[in-house]
Design a binder for this molecule. Structure first.
Ligand SMILES: Cc1cc2nc3c(=O)[nH]c(=O)nc-3n(C[C@H](O)[C@H](O)[C@H](O)COP(=O)(O)O)c2cc1C
Length: 305
């Protein structure tokens, strides 16, 4: 998560028994990523991963440099997202790194499987960030993925608690991935305003921006988002990235670090409607496991005796 997935949060998730992920591109250079990996290692002796988001831009970041930092940093799991990771798979696999590709459709998941990804993260329409353009929620997407895939997959989008975990396992997933829920934790290195906004918001408070650009993003509604939607309405299919650039480019540090919530559009999932507190990551993860265990061995088990 851009400007959220720093060493503090990744280490806290790994220490709690999950797989914490550092957001690669939040680090401005491969050298900065190498330093962030070292910082994370000082905070945990458990495995953690790095996310590499392949952006649809012409001037692409120094991906080979970032991959060198990951390999030399001894990281063994990379979560890829965005464009097809094929050009970089060989260098990751040669270093013995497991690759989880994030997909928003069964066809993309099958493609990831066919090019040699080890697992996929299946992101339903509920998810914060980029849900793709198919609009298939996880109640349909996950069982479809389970039918089609041979490699393991985690359910992503809308996951908040033990009910989500039990449901995702029932639908065929091997685990869950959480974005928005982890932003509202003690260890998330973001401004308190962001966490309080998540607690205050309901499931009615997200919006989809950049639909006409086919780069849809689910974000928390705010003044900047209203401005984007107004421009999109006014300009119709003629809207260009440059028309909304002020509200979407370079805004994350202002929001996440300074707490200027209306500075631009920031990713947030429908799951925000289920976020009511700001626990430590360990409290959250332990609670999820406890709730899921109780649901499976209690309520659900009683239904079959
Ligand atoms: C604030 C924020 C920033 C995000 N930034 C990225 C990113 O840079 N790259 C990426 O692949 N996904 C990003 N995501 C998406 C998450 O990794 C994850 O797929 C998504 O949040 C799952 O849905 P959920 O929010 O319902 O848990 C971001 C999500 C949030 C909430």
């Amino acid at each position: 998560m851009h400007h959220v997935g720093l060493a503090e949060l990744a280490a806290a998730v790994s220490n709690a028994g999950g797989l914490g992920i550092i957001t690669g591109l939040t680090q401005r250079t491969p050298q900065d990523l190498a330093a962030e990996i070292r910082r994370c290692r000082e905070m945990t002796d458990k495995p953690f991963g790095v996310n590499l988001t392949f952006l649809p831009t012409v001037n692409s970041p120094d991906y080979p440099g970032y991959i060198r930092a990951i390999v030399e940093g001894g990281v063994k799991v990379v979560e890829t997202a965005g464009n097809n990771p094929a050009p970089y798979l060989a260098s990751l696999k040669e270093a013995g790194i497991k690759v989880i590709h994030k997909c928003t459709s069964v066809r993309h998941a099958l493609k990831a499987e066919s090019i040699g990804c080890d697992a996929v993260s299946v992101d339903g329409f509920e998810c914060g960030g980029h849900p793709g353009e198919d609009d298939i929620p996880n109640f349909i997407l996950l069982p479809r993925a389970a039918e089609a895939l041979k490699i393991p997959f985690v359910a992503s989008g809308g996951m908040a608690d033990g009910r989500s975990l039990a449901a995702a396992l029932s639908l065929g997933a091997d685990g869950i991935n959480m974005g928005t829920r982890f932003v509202a934790t003690q260890e998330a290195p973001v401004h308190e305003n962001v966490k309080q906004a998540l607690v205050a918001a309901t499931e009615l408070d997200t919006r989809l921006v950049m639909r006409p650009l086919r780069n849809t993003e689910r974000v928390l509604r705010n003044a900047a988002v209203d401005r984007i939607l107004e421009k999109e309405r006014a300009l119709g299919t003629g809207v260009k990235f440059e028309d909304i650039v002020d509200e979407v480019a370079g805004v994350y540090p202002k929001i996440m670090k300074d707490g200027a919530l209306d500075a631009g559009a920031w990713s947030c999932g429908l799951v925000v409607g289920l976020i009511k507190d700001i626990p430590t990551v360990k409290e959250l993860v332990d609670r999820i496991v406890r709730e899921a265990t109780d649901i499976i061995s209690g309520r659900l088990a009683r239904m079959v005796v």
